[in-house]
Design a protein around this ligand. Sequence first.
Ligand code: ADP
Ligand code: MG
Length: 200
Amino acid sequence: MVDMEYGRTDRGGWIEVVCGCMFSGKTEELIKLLKRAQIAKKKIQVFKPHIDNRYQLDFIVSHNSTKLPCEVVEDSRDIEALIKPDTQVVAIDEVQFFDQNVVELAQKLASKGMQVICAGLDTDWQGRPFHPVPLLLAVAEIVRKQYAVCTECGAPATKTQRTIPSTEKVLVGTGEVYQARCRLHFSPYQYLSTDREIEV
Ligand code: ADP
Ligand code: MG
């Protein structure tokens, strides 16, 4: 495992997933891993979905304002088409916004010897698994779960609390729309009309 963490590509490629709720440091961690890859003189390519227009479009940007240039794509087919022959590390931020084909692509790139790092939300605003991240977690060699700080009590937070009355599955936003919460202080139902069970 340690060999993999430090990027032994002579053993073939692998998939890493950086997951957690909003504000848990996924993008920060992704940028840290990519900067290390650059120090190791690896050729990197970084992608994010077009839907994430919160900050500068051609950068992945953390809530702590660290950033790295990226290519913006509509779907996983775009990523495949853009991969250069000498690329060794492929990173995808906000991977929850891609369809399931991204899982097959990650497997294919890893099989070709690349380090594939996918960062994204593991659950949605209702606390449900956010596809395709659960599938990536299942096939990944390395899983890094990040934790935020609960805005109510300061405990480790694993949930993303929506703070405005919207039931859209996807509502792109940051601090004005979402907060990090622990299980105790997570209450998604205040914005649902019925008291339905969490679907998994
Ligand atoms: P993610 O990509 O998981 O949404 P980022 O890497 O963009 O997270 O941002 C992490 C940073 O967010 C932290 O280093 C911290 O500066 C900031 N932050 C703001 N609110 C919180 C919170 N409730 N818990 C932890 N970090 C927070
Ligand atoms: Mg992020």
